[in-house]
Design a protein around this ligand. Structure first.
Ligand SMILES: *Cc1c(COP(=O)(O)O)cnc(C)c1O
Length: 435
């Protein structure tokens, strides 16, 4: 039998998160206050986030211990498996070795609970009773709904209205885990009312839902806000993925030449790649890192590197990032988790410094790759994850032409069991490429 799954023991769950900030070739530009345009301090963020997370956001410590209470929940699904994609390799007739880290084994079906659990924990420790957040397709909302249960917190999710109508099962999942789910724009907040007065039939957007969730948290002392990507502490929490993957590949005496992951706000890409990038930045290893985005929201490949708001209404601090502009509303592609106008400031700076690479693909070619994967490896990928699969297949076919035996590792960030209507649209021929 050929070795296929590389599994770690429960006690091999990482004990620390890796913080890339002290290793960045160019230090990050500070977030700016939206009104004064001065760099913000910890106190500016304290109405929204617990102090432990604010400290992590700015920390220059290379490793930050993972609290035992968080590891005790990670163990429900971590360490996640690494698979060798033998069937895909064989079908492609590539000399490349393809491995994937599978984050779809979490209860919510994606990598997002890795940070949701940590964020819920630190908020509980600070005595917070309720978390507010936004969600598009529902992956982040369901991850936070799951996480708040473990620590006795309430959860309010502002869900982009069009997704609220189109994705009833993600909504049900959030309800099942006890969250209050509100279609956004709503008339519960001034931000929502402002949008509705301009357009009563607004389908909503992630940027609008962020404005509503922030306003709700800022107006209630017992509530904080929680973000599922973009911020430094979220990149930090996701590094459990890459640390495990490094151990797993070491067990089969391998190390990747290429690492590939999809990019929405940048957290699953950071999670799998930063622990390897640490070796590269220290001059110990060579590895190519590729961030994959949709052509419908090409913030790295087509956006500008400048200060911009994180939300649509302009309530958040300004972040220096690759952005399409905060008022950009991406076309309604099925990979809802990649429809964010900006990108993580860390990922943006690394891209600007040419430490990492990026590529964009159209929706149809991404679904073709996802279906190829499902028909060879069996696992049905989330449309977001299929972006990484498309790039992996391209690289493996390039190896076939050049005869190179490269080792490719990609992050299968989630399963696609809640995305069957998207697959239906592909098979019925109604899916469009949106460029
Ligand atoms: C949210 C999501 C992504 C993209 O978000 P990042 O912040 O870039 O990680 C990718 N894949 C899945 C399955 C997701 O749910």
């Amino acid at each position: 039998m050929q070795k296929t799954k590389i599994i770690l023991d429960e006690n091999e769950i990482p004990k620390k998160w890796y913080n890339i900030l002290p290793d960045m070739p160019t230090p990050l530009s500070p977030p700016l206050h939206p009104v004064t345009m001065e760099p913000i301090g910890p106190e500016d963020l304290s109405p929204l986030f617990p102090m432990e997370l604010i400290k992590q956001e700015l920390s220059q410590e290379r490793f930050i211990p993972i609290p035992d209470e968080v590891r005790d929940i990670y163990v429900t699904w971590r360490p996640s498996p690494v698979y060798r994609a033998h069937h895909l390799e064989k079908m492609l007739k590539t000399p490349a070795k393809i491995y994937y880290k599978y984050e779809g084994v979490s209860p919510a079906g994606s990598h997002k609970p890795n940070t949701a659990i940590a964020q819920a924990y630190y908020n509980m420790k600070e005595g917070i009773e309720r978390l507010t957040t936004e969600t598009g397709a529902g992956q982040w909302g369901s991850a936070l709904a799951l996480a708040t249960n473990y620590f006795g917190l309430k959860c309010t999710v502002y869900m982009v209205k069009i997704s609220f109508q189109q994705k009833p099962y993600r909504r049900s999942l959030m309800h099942l885990w006890g969250a209050d789910v509100i279609p956004s724009p709503s008339n519960k907040t001034d931000s929502g009312k402002k949008i509705l007065s301009g357009d009563p039939n607004s389908p909503g957007s992630l940027g609008i839902a962020i404005s509503e969730a922030i306003e709700d948290a800022a107006k209630h002392d017992n509530a904080h806000y929680s973000l599922g990507s973009v911020l430094n502490h979220v990149m930090l929490h996701q590094t459990v993925i890459g640390q495990e993957a490094k151990e797993q590949l070491a067990k089969v005496d391998d190390y990747p030449d290429i690492i590939i992951a999809s990019v929405g706000g940048g957290s699953n890409f950071s999670g799998i790649s930063f622990p390897f990038l640490m070796d590269k930045l220290a001059g110990k290893k060579e590895v190519d890192l590729i961030a994959v985005e949709p052509t419908a929201c090409p913030s790295l490949t087509r956006g500008e590197f400048r200060y911009d708001f994180g939300d649509s209404v302009g309530l958040t601090p300004l972040l220096k990032m690759y952005t399409m502009g905060h008022e950009y509303v991406p076309a309604a592609i099925h990979a809802g988790g990649l429809r964010y106008h900006g990108d993580s400031p860390i990922v943006s700076q690394l891209y600007d410094d040419k430490v990492i690479d990026a590529v964009a693909y159209d929706q149809t070619e991404v679904f073709e790759a996802g279906i190829t994967f499902a028909r060879t490896e069996g696992i049905v990928p989330a449309p977001e994850s299929s972006h990484a699969i498309k790039c992996t297949i391209d690289k493996a076919l390039l190896c076939k032409r050049t005869g190179e035996k490269k080792t490719i590792l990609f992050n299968l960030s989630g399963h696609g069991h809640f995305d069957m209507s998207a697959y239906d649209s592909y098979f019925s021929g109604t899916m469009k490429d949106i460029i």
